[in-house]
Design a protein around this ligand. Structure first.
Ligand code: CA
Length: 166
């Protein structure tokens, strides 16, 4: 899924050959899946559950925490019955109960890149005085089912990190 062209591109997992496209009406910020649905974010507080083959909308879930609507939902990953999500320009990953829409947990990754990177991050300083100001925000979650670890990264990040949540 790409940001602005309203298409979802499909590739064969074994060789990355393109096998088709599907229309998507909104912006494309993040996409993941459970057993039955694609789950899509478009930068708001909503998650869209759609049928994978047709993109037919099955339900919309509004995400909230104790303070109200949780917007800027970005990259997503479905792990053991929960949706993990980046929020654009926030230093944490939230854990969402996809049935209720409630945020039930949070992984605090404040200054994670600066604390853990082995790369030269001086290129970020040219754009802004903090990594956040330079646009190097958390964005990217993957899951290693076997090891039960998360892969995390961000925009302009030079590395992918593997972390374990206790
Ligand atoms: Ca993901």
């Amino acid at each position: 899924m790409t940001w602005e062209n309203h298409l979802v591109f499909m590739y064969a997992a074994k060789d990355f050959k393109p096998i088709g496209q599907l229309p998507w009406t909104g912006e494309g910020w993040g996409i993941t899946h459970d057993d039955d649905n694609l789950i899509i974010s478009e930068g708001s507080d909503k998650l869209y559950f759609v049928e994978p083959k047709t993109m037919k909308l099955k339900k919309i879930v509004s995400i909230k925490d104790q303070y109200g609507a949780v917007n800027n939902l970005n990259e997503l990953e479905f792990i053991d019955g929960y949706v993990y999500a980046n929020r654009w320009q926030y230093d944490y990953i939230i854990k969402i109960d996809p049935n209720s829409g409630y945020v039930v947990g949070m992984i605090n990754l404040q200054d994670f890149l600066q604390k853990n990177s082995r790369a030269d991050l001086s290129y970020l300083k040219r754009e802004g005085s903090t990594a956040m100001q330079s646009g190097a925000v958390l964005n990217g979650i993957g899951y290693n089912k076997k090891e039960k670890t998360l892969y995390i990264t961000g925009k302009l990040w030079p590395e992918i990190f593997e972390i374990r949540i206790q």
